[in-house]
Design a protein around this ligand. Sequence first.
Ligand SMILES: *[C@@H]1O[C@H](CO)[C@@H](O)[C@H](O)[C@H]1NC(C)=O
Ligand SMILES: *[C@@H]1O[C@H](CO)[C@@H](O)[C@H](O)[C@H]1NC(C)=O
Length: 237
Amino acid sequence: MLFTYFIIFILSFLKCTTCVLSSSSIERCKVSDETCILKVANDVLHGSYEGNADIALPSIDPLISKVMRVVQDSGPVVIEATMTNFEIHGFSKGKFKKFRGFDKNVLEIELKAPSGVFKGPYKLNGKILIIPVTGEGTTDTKFIDLNMKMTLPLTNTTRNGKTYYKIVNPKMTFDLPGGDIYLSHLSSFANTFINWSFGIVVSALKGPVSIPMVQLFAEKINAVFDKVPYEELFLES
Ligand SMILES: *[C@@H]1O[C@H](CO)[C@@H](O)[C@H](O)[C@H]1NC(C)=O
Ligand SMILES: *[C@@H]1O[C@H](CO)[C@@H](O)[C@H](O)[C@H]1NC(C)=O
């Protein structure tokens, strides 16, 4: 009996040792194998969206932002917005259409999400068309068919003989044909009016929103790059 416990103890120890040593549960690809990289990226999006400690990946659904600021000082929407502990839900039901460029030191990522929700507290200052929106509240804004294209330039540094990537100066554009904006501190008339003007609001805020959005994505990917060196991310070519 004691011996059995001993064996179980040793086995569980071995199991844990290998799970640490094998550094991650994520499949590896050759750096030039775009098909394999795209498949693994989608496996991570669908399987590890709540985060994956093996590769230091934070949650991507919900994608959480501690502080997000959006500023637009001219045009039909003049706004200064601060969102804290902001959550974006829905990416795990989406799909990477493109995830490539490791071998060219510029990542090109295209991510489509059929639907999702932005939620969390906000502080606003400004005007959306004719509606003054200054105030505080929480939002629960639905989006439909979000399509994002990111360009993420990579630099690398060497630590202890290993190479670590880092994204610097990320850029993004996106299309968002539909959604339903909701700001809790406004009247239902104001919300309906803003909702009718969805296309105008989106095109006015596209540029300013894409800056903190792509920084948020880069921050999550950089957490992985900072932990897992190039030599462990990829198979030798
Ligand atoms: C690291 O950066 C250098 C200089 O930009 C580049 O030539 C090299 O390919 C990069 N290494 C990796 C593993 O991407
Ligand atoms: C906002 O617009 C969407 C789609 O155009 C619609 O489904 C939704 O009911 C609208 N919501 C409000 C509060 O008007």
